[in-house]
Design a binder for this molecule. Structure first.
Ligand SMILES: *[C@@H]1O[C@H](CO)[C@@H](O)[C@H](O)[C@H]1NC(C)=O
Length: 486
């Protein structure tokens, strides 16, 4: 069969962290609903955590999607560490396994799938943070589609690390403090708004090795899919497109923005929607610092006391390991007592269900990219407390560029009085109204992008067409499976 008449079959490998698995799963659903066949790959560890969080009987997280008519197959791979290993507590060892060991396991799996699959596999879709996809794709004769789950601005900063180094803004003994104004498509960015890795003085860490190797590898990508919206990052995206076939296809959400038919949560979700049902419209602050970042005990106490002083209703997702895995009893009893009537503190929840609830009127967030997109979608203004990685850069977009959120602090560190003041600023009064007005406009941009003639929808279709052209060029009428076996 001539492969050009078929829809593409892609192997999609999700990065084994919560914030990456979520958009990867929804990308798989999106592509499959356009006729792609997807073989979705999770690590054993992510799979085990996901099914444990769901309770019983979820061996294949995509069975519901297949019942809905989507051709998504599911398989798992070892990341190189035993399933029971505590990856959160031993973060660097986990990252070292992703850097050095995972690729050998993936290679074995990809070769097996390529040899057996019908329809034949033509491309590998993998998270940009992996260090091996383009090399592996070349080796086994597939096209490589790099999936970027953060804003284009962050992609371009990493993509131009050599420029940052050359100008003395990264990886030098005395990094410059002046504004960065030489990255193509980025008018100006303060060095403090770069990702934490680009601001670090020690650049020899395992995360730095991952990032520099991954972006070296990404230069070999045939296509890049980016979970952002063209209209929000126009200049940055245009400049990148001079170098890469990059498509802004976000926001990538579950169909209808309801609880996904595919399980993605790594922890059991507490349902607080009943609690929210009794609360006045827009009266509740949602507080969550995501799945990954840790915060210091000091900052935690300033936030807890700030929440107490604010007198505002709140839902707080307080991961038991937010400070560290061996300090689970986080809040003093008097404090819990004081906020009892107007708050609910839970270990984890279905975030889109909470943000979509009409009682929620603000989001105190670490500025993870998924959180930002979801919050904008629900028109919930943001109170920004970035902690690491891309979150500093995301904060700049939210507060300084789009003006749909505010900083949690005007100084270097946070203090309870200011936290309380900022919460009230966000939740009450005129300043909050201005944010909400801006939010309406940015939400409209996201909504328009997903309409049939919207930018993300068009980009996704263009990606599919361009991919098919490449498949035809590469294989003509030859079955890629046969070619891969030669
Ligand atoms: C927010 O804080 C950052 C530093 O973290 C600063 O550069 C920026 O100007 C602040 N923005 C506003 C609107 O206060």
């Amino acid at each position: 069969m001539a492969s050009t008449h078929q829809n593409p079959h892609a192997i999609l490998v999700a990065y084994p962290l919560q914030g990456h698995v979520i958009p990867a799963v929804h990308l798989a659903i999106n592509l499959a609903s356009r006729g792609f066949t997807i073989t979705f790959v999770n690590t054993h560890s992510i799979h085990q955590q996901t099914s444990r969080a769901q309770g019983v009987g979820s061996d294949d997280i995509f069975s519901g999607a297949r019942e809905a008519g989507l051709d998504i197959r599911y398989t798992t791979v070892s990341d190189g560490l035993p399933v029971g290993f505590d990856r959160s507590l031993n973060h660097d060892q986990f990252m070292a396994a992703l850097l050095h060991v995972l690729s050998a396991h993936v290679e074995e799996l990809v070769e097996r799938v390529v040899a057996e699959a019908a329809p034949p596999v033509s491309c590998l879709i993998a998270d940009t943070f992996f260090v091996w996809p383009s090399a592996l794709a070349k080796k086994v004769g597939l096209l490589y589609v790099s999936f970027w789950t953060e804003p284009a601005l962050v992609f371009t900063l990493y993509y131009h690390m050599d420029l940052l180094r050359k100008h003395g803004h990264f990886d030098c003994s005395e990094t410059r403090k002046e504004v960065i104004d030489y990255i193509p498509g980025v008018e100006a960015i303060d060095p403090r708004d770069m990702t934490s890795y680009l601001q670090a003085t020690d650049t020899s860490t395992v995360c730095h090795q991952i990032i520099s190797t991954a972006f070296q590898d990404a230069k070999g990508a045939d296509f890049v899919l980016c979970n952002t919206v063209e209209e929000l990052e126009l200049q940055t995206i245009s400049a990148l497109q001079a170098k890469k076939k990059l498509y802004a296809v976000g926001p990538i959400f579950p169909p209808g923005f309801t609880k996904s038919i595919v399980a993605t949560s790594l922890w059991p979700e507490s349902d607080c929607t009943h609690w929210l049902d009794d609360k006045p419209r827009g009266s509740v602050l949602y507080v969550s610092f995501g799945s990954y970042a840790h915060i210091s005990k000091r900052d935690l106490m300033e936030i807890a006391n700030g929440l107490m002083l604010s007198k505002i209703n709140f839902v707080w997702v307080l991961r038991p390991d937010i400070v560290s895995s061996d300090d689970p009893d986080l809040l003093p009893n008097e404090l819990k007592e004081e906020v009892r009537g107007r708050s609910i503190i839970i270990p984890w929840c279905c975030q889109i269900a909470v943000l979509a609830h009409p009682a929620v009127g603000g989001f105190l967030t670490h500025c993870g990219w998924n959180s930002i997109l979801e919050s904008i979608w629900c028109k919930v203004p943001l109170l920004c407390f970035p902690l690491l990685t891309d979150q500093f850069t995301n904060r700049k977009l939210v507060v300084d560029d789009w003006k749909v959120g505010i900083n949690i602090s005007d100084g270097e560190s946070i203090a309870r009085g200011e936290v309380s003041e900022k919460i009230n600023h966000l939740m009450r009064g005129k300043s909050g109204d201005e944010l909400r007005e801006r939010m309406d406009a940015v939400k409209q941009t996201l909504e328009n992008a997903l309409k049939p003639d919207g930018s993300s929808e068009k980009n996704m279709n263009r990606f599919k067409d361009d991919l098919k052209v490449r498949i035809q060029e590469k294989w003509g009428s030859i079955n890629p499976k046969m070619l891969a076996r030669v």
